[in-house]
Design a protein around this ligand. Structure first.
Ligand code: NDP
Length: 473
């Protein structure tokens, strides 16, 4: 530990010798305001409008591609393009393929939502704590997702396999009606949270108003909308109706594949395995998730409210929709390769995130890769004027690049897509989306951390110059 202390001092003292002009400039940023942007440009508002309009259209487009064209992404576009009367063709396509409102699927979806809410509220839970918010709060969270996941899946399996309450393909069979129901809820939640933020916020000082209705609707105003002390909208909606459903949706599509072709392909099994590993990891480490950007930085608007209700369950599971229509039998070599890429990615993902968590929870007093952790000790100011301490790890994986955990995530995502072979682009949407999301997130995180840590972040960037891949980017 003595060595660790010496190393820490070395890095910190380097910080203090940074040029004074730079220091003054950066010091001024610390404490001014950090967290999500307040002032947004006209360009940002236009992009926000684009996301609000195009995201639901894209989800519908993928639904139509899978339902009517066996997941060929070009299918709907070509049908409209090849018809001389494009408008008439579009109308006919929409009438034929758009999902329909179904009272049964709507009941199913809302029962699911309420069931998850009851599990979240009433199951025994450990209490975890998030990062300090820009207004200085440290909020408690109920951590009981793993139990909720097991109970939900056990009921789904027992009800389908032994009790005859439903067919295991129930989700796949009602996919269109569920999509309508999830949209209804996603939009309701977005507007509800917009008005809640304005008129009865949970933590008024942690709201961010941008001055743009569109941006606020998309990115949210309230940081941690809650009902009571513990019912946290962000953790609940991302974790429960969204991520618990993820693995169940895949299982339902696997069941449908079995009914369609008489067996479940090894590609579908591998996909289920990879997704289940990712989801179970999330719940096993739910306490860690409280300190990730989703919880520690994002406000709750359309992006998370509609995103968790619709975008995540419909688009993150696209590969199983594809494999139902296009069964792929992997050769042992292909299976082995995809398995290795996926689990190498998972190993990196988990190890990197674990290093950050362990260094923060031990206040830097730990070993990383057999050596005392190298950290930069930082200070930051919250909007109540108080100064707090934190630290940035700059050895181990966190010495290789500032976001090496994203490399792991990208490898897992790639493996999930590779289970679908190479005939179509649509199942590769996930890796394309994750790449864009994570590259953009690197930029967002940089802006946030620079605002929060000022000169200490500059120092960290000097010690760890690469953003993602060492010597490349
Ligand atoms: P990180 O877990 O990397 O969190 C970034 C935050 O960690 C920063 O804002 C900062 O917050 C803190 N931090 C940054 N550098 C250091 C350091 N050197 N030492 C200690 N703390 C540091 O990012 P995300 O929250 O984006 O991602 C978490 C995981 O979730 C990743 O593995 C990612 O791939 C995955 N993910 C998955 C998604 C999906 O949809 N499947 C979507 C997004 C992410 P502070 O100092 O304020 O604590």
């Amino acid at each position: 530990m003595a060595v660790q202390a010496r190393k820490t001092t070395t890095v910190t003292s380097t910080t203090t010798t940074t040029s004074t002009t730079v220091e003054k400039k950066i010091d001024a940023q610390v404490g001014k305001t950090w967290g999500r942007d307040r002032d947004v440009s006209f360009g940002t508002i236009l992009i926000s409008l684009g996301i609000l309009v195009l995201s639901p259209i894209w989800v519908m487009y993928t639904y139509i591609s899978c339902n009517g064209f066996d997941c060929a992404m070009s299918g709907p576009a070509l049908e409209v393009y090849n018809n001389p009367d494009h408008l008439e063709a579009l109308k006919a396509l929409l009438i034929r393929e758009l999902p329909r409102f179904s009272p049964y699927a709507t009941r199913l979806w809302f029962t699911w939502l309420l069931f998850q809410a009851a599990l979240y509220a009433f199951l025994p839970a450990a209490i975890g704590y998030g990062q300090r918010t820009p207004a200085g709060h440290i909020l408690p969270y109920k951590v009981n997702g793993l139990l909720a996941w097991f109970i939900s899946h056990a009921i789904y399996a027992v009800g389908g396999l032994y009790m005859g309450w439903w067919d295991l393909n129930i989700i796949q069979a009602n996919w269109g009606g569920l999509l309508i129901a999830a949209n209804m809820y996603g939009y309701f939640l977005t507007f509800f949270c917009y008005f809640k933020a304005r008129f009865f916020p949970s933590h008024a000082a942690d709201r961010k108003f941008s001055g743009s209705f569109i941006y606020d609707l998309l990115m949210g105003i309230e940081f941690n909308p809650r009902i009571g002390k513990y019912f946290d909208f962000k953790l609940f909606h991302n974790g429960r109706p969204g991520i618990v459903a993820w693995t169940m949706i895949n299982l339902s599509f696997a069941a449908a594949q079995y009914q369609k072709i008489g067996y479940v392909t090894n590609s579908m099994i591998l996909l289920n395995l990879l997704h289940a590993t990712y989801v179970l990891d999330f719940f096993y480490n739910e306490d860690w998730y409280l300190r990730t950007i989703d919880i520690a930085h994002d406000h709750f608007g359309f992006y998370l409210a509609w995103g968790d209700s619709v975008w995540l369950p419909w688009l993150y599971t696209l590969q199983s929709h594809y494999l139902l229509r296009n069964p792929v039998d992997l050769t042992p070599l292909q299976f082995g390769l995809i398995f290795s890429v996926g689990y190498l990615g998972y190993f990196i993902f988990r190890s990197v995130n674990h290093q950050k968590d362990i260094v923060r929870s031990t206040n830097g007093e730990c070993m990383i890769w057999g050596k005392p952790a190298k950290v930069i000790r930082t200070q930051f100011v919250t909007s109540d004027g108080k100064t707090h301490k934190s630290l940035l790890l700059c050895s181990g994986y966190w010495g290789l690049s500032r976001h090496f955990n994203y490399v792991g995530d990208l490898l897992i995502s790639l493996a999930m897509c590779m289970t679908c072979g190479t005939k179509h682009l649509l199942p590769y949407f996930y890796i394309i989306y994750m790449t864009i999301l994570l590259l953009h997130r690197i930029q967002r995180d940089h802006t946030r951390c620079k605002g929060k840590y000022g000169k200490y972040w500059e120092e960290y960037m000097r010690v760890v110059p690469y953003k993602l891949i060492p010597y490349v980017y």
